[in-house]
Design a protein around this ligand. Structure first.
Ligand code: FES
Length: 354
């Protein structure tokens, strides 16, 4: 790379240890197609003035330090700034303070690493152009040793080992930038804890018809019918309705008590009325189809079939286990109520068995 402008008056002589690759142009008077060769190398101010080299070194280190500070600013912004705070930034207008701070600090952190590396290469690393003759692709031992020699020479010329301040601050900046990504993992949300193991159902919660929003009495459930229910207090327009109903959705069926084969199912029922989770234990579709004669319920997604007269065990399809049952009874006012939560976590079994 040749230099122009302010470096014009700098000596062109090779410095100690510098490859003598540059030289005067070849005389092309006799042969107009002769290789003109490389133009004379022009030294940069940093090549001949140690104080200028030190200034460049400090500038580069400063850029890497600014990058580290910007990364710290990124993490601090992420932790401190509320997600809904707006600020006026000309010329964008009102923007999210959090987004603006994250973008600005991450941009500065990356830019400073890039700028530091470029400045280092342009001012301190060797800029001597060398002509490398083509050679056979197969690497001979001599070539390999030459490569190693060139590598060592390049490493020495870059000052990577000698300029420890630059090296260490660059490593620091590059090590800290990925932390920005680590803190973003927080956006995956809080750990679920045991939330997936519980629903809105609990002792004393009335069973409310999902279509009429009226609490259900036993006489509202004729034999052979299928009724969908939700827990008392869960309003259709609640902000978390979909989240809660996805766990608490209930189907109620009335069988003849003598048709119930499973002992616990009979104990948890009321006068032949059984209540089961509607959430399929395969991958969570709502179970919707009921066959009166066989007491089978069918999931429309992949045809898993559950026998409601036998503990809702799986009799066909990919579902892994029976639908969870809700223990029910009747309160003093004659309404159906839950006597606890489901017998086990609802829905697909992949997280339940862990
Ligand atoms: S989700 Fe019910 S069978 Fe697949």
């Amino acid at each position: 790379m040749s230099q122009t402008g302010s470096n014009k008056d700098v000596s062109h002589a090779s410095l100690p240890g510098e490859p003598a690759a540059h030289g005067s142009a070849v005389d092309t008077t006799d042969n107009p197609f002769a290789d003109p060769g490389l133009p004379p190398h022009q030294h940069r101010i940093q090549d001949i003035d140690e104080r200028a080299a030190k200034r460049s070194e400090r500038t580069i280190a400063l850029l890497f330090v600014v990058s580290m500070l910007a990364t710290v600013g990124f993490i601090a912004s992420y932790v401190v700034l509320p997600i809904d705070k707006l600020v006026y930034i000309w010329p964008f207008g009102h923007v999210s303070a959090l987004n603006f701070a994250l973008g600005l600090t991450l941009g500065v952190a990356l830019f400073c690493i890039g700028a530091g590396a470029v400045h280092w290469a342009r001012t301190l690393m060797s800029d001597v152009e060398v002509a490398d003759e083509r050679h056979p692709i197969e690497a001979t031992p001599e070539v390999r040793s030459k490569v190693m020699e060139d590598f060592r020479q390049g490493a020495a010329e870059s000052g990577f080992g000698r300029r420890k301040l630059i090296r260490n601050t660059m490593f620091g900046a590059m090590a800290m930038v990925p932390l920005s990504g680590v803190v973003l993992l927080r956006d995956l949300g809080p750990l679920p804890g045991d939330k997936l193991r519980h629903t809105l159902w609990g002792k004393g919660k009335l069973l409310v018809n999902q279509n009429t929003n009226q609490p259900l009495r036993p006489e509202d459930i004729p034999v052979g019918s299928l009724t969908f229910a939700k827990p008392e207090g869960l309003e259709d327009d609640a902000h978390d309705f979909q989240t809660e109903i996805a766990k608490a959705a209930l189907m109620i069926v009335r069988l003849q008590p003598e048709d119930i084969k499973d002992k616990q199912e009979l104990e948890w029922s009321h006068d032949g009325i059984v209540a089961y989770s509607r959430i399929c234990t395969h991958v969570g579709c709502p179970v919707t189809l009921y066959e009166q004669n066989t007491h089978h319920v069918l999931c429309p997604c992949h045809q898993s079939t559950f026998d409601l007269s036998d503990g809702a065990r799986v009799i066909f399809g990919p579902a892994g286990h029976a639908l969870p049952q809700l223990r029910i009874g009747v309160n003093q006012d004659g309404y159906l109520e839950a006597l606890g939560d489901f017998s086990e976590p609802v829905g697909p079994s992949f997280w339940e068995r862990g």
